[in-house]
Design a binder for this molecule. Structure first.
Ligand code: PHB
Length: 397
């Protein structure tokens, strides 16, 4: 049996330890950084209209990392989580919970463009590595692009850049646009406006309501009165399901074809029921992409999480893949920033959506698919744009 330490021994040991510290024989910071766990923080919506998007993203990240042994560059991971509630007013405070309090090495977040702006400020000021797994706010990879910020999803105008032409090709020359009035809706409209008018279409009216309101009735009455050839929109999550249901219930579904930035039908086909059938949209993913990579991903995701994956799960998965590539390149030493960023900038992501690369401004260069809801699936019926890159306007890195 070992005798317990007496007080004198404890004091002596303490003095010896302090002596080591005082004599400067401390382990260098970067060795410490490599030996401990990598701290990964999720800042995502886990409540509200985007709650299911946050869950799908987290699932995707964890799946990618678990498939490759559950470590990053050989180091174990400690996870942290903050629910951002899709609430821009709390964004800076929430980001600082992860950065200042939890001292994360990587902040993965978020979904909502307004909240992203808060994270962006904290990321630029602190230098923390920020991976954006959804929010498409333009400025984050345009004028305010940053060496430590990488997006694995899209810019808000990327999916709609391919929408306008697809609609005109189908003979719809007069359209109404409707969306939530905040950065994501406004910027999705920018892409739509450019592509639709360039293809010869006319936008009869731009309609909107504040995020996350779902009182669509008055606006649907206005659409009925305007009698456009088609309607195009940006909605997502719970609000998207409600919009499609209300659109059908107002008797518009069979009269005026509904198109969308493809988020409209992601993760909500079951919730929307027959109201989603036939809806056309453009997006950088589609359930029915017939590749071995996508089929395996879908099978594994469904087995692991007992639900079907969607674009958000794919974006989360790709975030995991990007982080793995970066961490492996620096053997887990994320403090080696120059090498870490270089590896991530040069990465090709072998995604379920198809292979994509990082633009100079740190945003995916990717194909945009034309999809149609058939039964329970976003069926791919064409490629609406090949290797589409956001302009990255104003970005200097
Ligand atoms: C955004 O706010 O940037 C956003 C949110 C949900 C989406 C897409 C974009 O599905």
């Amino acid at each position: 049996m070992h005798a317990p330490f007496n007080r004198r021994q404890i004091l002596a040991q303490g003095a010896a330890l302090m002596g080591t510290a005082a004599s400067g024989l401390l382990v260098p910071q970067h060795v410490l950084a490599q030996s401990g766990k990598i701290r990964v923080g999720f800042m995502l919506p886990y409540t509200g209209t985007f709650a299911q998007l946050g869950v799908a993203i987290e699932n995707g990240v964890r799946m990618a990392i678990n498939e490759q042994g559950g470590k990053l560059g050989g180091r174990e991971i400690e996870w942290f989580k903050v629910d951002d509630e899709s609430e821009p007013a709390k964004a800076i405070e929430n980001a600082n919970k992860l950065v200042q309090r939890d001292k994360v090495d990587v902040l993965i977040g978020t979904v909502h463009s307004g909240v992203q702006m808060g994270i962006h400020r904290v990321a630029r000021e602190s230098g923390v590595l920020n991976l954006i797994p959804n929010a498409g706010v333009h400025i984050a990879t345009r004028a305010q692009c940053a060496p430590n910020v990488f997006r694995t999803s899209f810019t808000n105008s990327q999916p709609t850049m391919a929408l306008g032409e697809a609609m005109v090709k189908r003979g719809h020359k007069k359209a109404v646009w409707i969306s939530w009035k905040y950065a994501a809706g406004d910027e999705a409209y920018e892409g739509f406006k450019e592509s639709y008018t360039k293809a010869g279409g006319t936008i009869v009216k731009e309609l909107g309501l504040p995020f996350p309101n779902v009182e669509f009735q008055a606006l649907l009455t206005e659409i009925a009165a305007l009698k456009p050839d088609a309607v195009a929109c940006f909605f997502a999550g719970g609000g998207a399901a409600k919009f499609m249901k209300d659109y059908a219930a107002a008797g518009l579904k069979d009269k005026i074809p509904l198109y969308g930035s493809g988020f409209l039908t992601e993760g909500v086909i079951e919730a929307a029921g027959p109201a989603a059938e036939g809806v056309l949209s453009t997006l950088h993913y589609g359930d029915g992409i017939e590749t071995k990579r996508n089929n395996e991903f879908r099978l594994n995701y469904a087995k692991t999480f007992k639900m079907q994956p969607d674009v958000y799960a794919v974006q989360g998965y790709d975030t995991g893949l990007l982080l793995i590539q970066g961490a492996n390149a620096v053997k887990g030493d994320l403090s080696n920033k120059a090498a870490l960023y270089k590896a991530m900038e040069g990465a090709t992501i072998d995604s379920p959506r198809g292979k994509w690369t990082m633009s100079k401004a740190h945003n995916p260069v990717q194909d945009i698919y034309l999809r149609q809801v058939v039964g329970k699936e976003n069926k791919v019926i064409g490629v609406a744009a090949k290797a589409l890159s956001d302009s990255g306007a104003g970005c200097r890195l």
